[in-house]
Design a protein around this ligand. Structure first.
Ligand SMILES: NC(=O)c1ccc[n+]([C@@H]2O[C@H](COP(=O)([O-])OP(=O)(O)OC[C@H]3O[C@@H](n4cnc5c(N)ncnc54)[C@H](O)[C@@H]3O)[C@@H](O)[C@H]2O)c1
Length: 260
């Protein structure tokens, strides 16, 4: 095979497409939206936060939608508005999430209202976006979605965030089910399981040099992840380079889960 053919085969292709990134006001979501904009496609960014200042300036067109992604009325209107504004929706990224160390604890002792809220935001919001975006992908003849879970879904913990971990495990199962249900429509669904990533969610260690160094020493690649690391994996799974990948998980953790 010639090198030019190899380049062509593995090129990441998005041209002329439209994406919706949920949870795009934050670290991983914003980095993913910015990398998608850099490929030239139009990107709708949705989040409950005010619009961030550092949305990339094209070449794709960015539009920011502010609202609660666990509210079905907002999500339904969002999907319709994005499809109308961008001529359809080809790609969906679900990164919306909360990690409440102060309140999300062992299920043996935590307030179950917190459990419900975490599930609403970390799992139901993903289900809602898929419910309202799938028809727009079908209308385009196919599409791809990536859902951000966590390596926390794979193991137990003596000092847990039980709602967070259980909701993230639910994301993995939901994505597999969607992959089967939507395969006949040429829509792919995959999950990324990040390890520790320096983002606003992890301010408790990300902004503390000692804690950051201690955590980095535990990671085989010797550092915590960046939001760009996760965004890059996300673009791969969305792109045509991953055309035969659906219903699976990609662990992006610098080797954390590989070590004993
Ligand atoms: N940072 C890490 O170490 C790490 C590790 C594993 C998984 N993750 C997952 O990656 C995803 C992105 O996290 P991040 O690290 O970029 O953190 P982040 O806090 O920067 O991003 C999460 C975003 O979700 C938004 N959000 C929360 N509730 C919402 C709601 N009801 N409606 C709309 N938007 C809402 C927040 O405003 C925020 O912008 C999350 O699902 C998180 O669980 C992060």
């Amino acid at each position: 095979m010639s090198s030019s053919k190899t380049e062509c085969q593995f090129a990441v292709r998005f041209k002329g497409k439209s994406a919706l990134v949920c949870g795009a006001g934050g670290g991983i979501g914003l980095a993913t939206a910015n990398q998608l904009l850099a490929t030239g496609i139009d990107v709708a960014l949705a989040d409950i936060k005010d619009q961030p200042a550092d949305i990339a300036n094209g070449p794709g067109q960015a539009t920011y939608y502010q609202g609660d992604l666990s509210d079905e009325a907002f999500v339904s209107q969002l999907a319709a508005d994005v499809a109308a504004a961008q001529g359809g929706i080809d790609y969906l990224v679900n990164t919306t999430g909360v990690l409440w160390f102060d309140r999300d604890r062992s299920v043996l002792e935590m307030d179950m209202d917190t459990w419900d809220q975490v599930f609403q935001i970390n799992l139901k919001s993903f289900a809602l976006s898929v419910r309202h975006v799938a028809a727009h992908m079908r209308a385009r003849g196919g599409g791809a979605m990536v859902h951000i879970a966590s390596i926390d879904a794979l193991r137990g913990d003596g000092k847990p965030q039980d709602a967070y971990g259980a909701a993230k495990a639910g994301v993995i199962r939901l994505s597999k089910s969607l992959a089967i249900q939507l395969a006949p429509d040429a829509i792919r669904s995959n999950t990324i399981l990040p390890g520790p990533v320096r983002s606003p969610m992890q301010a408790r260690w990300a902004d503390d040099p000692e804690a950051l160094a201690a955590l980095s020493a535990h990671i085989p690649l010797g550092r915590v992840g960046s939001t760009e690391d996760i965004a890059g994996a996300c673009l791969f799974l969305l792109s045509d380079a991953a055309a035969f990948i659906t219903g699976t998980e990609l662990i992006v953790d610098g080797g954390c889960t590989a070590r004993p």
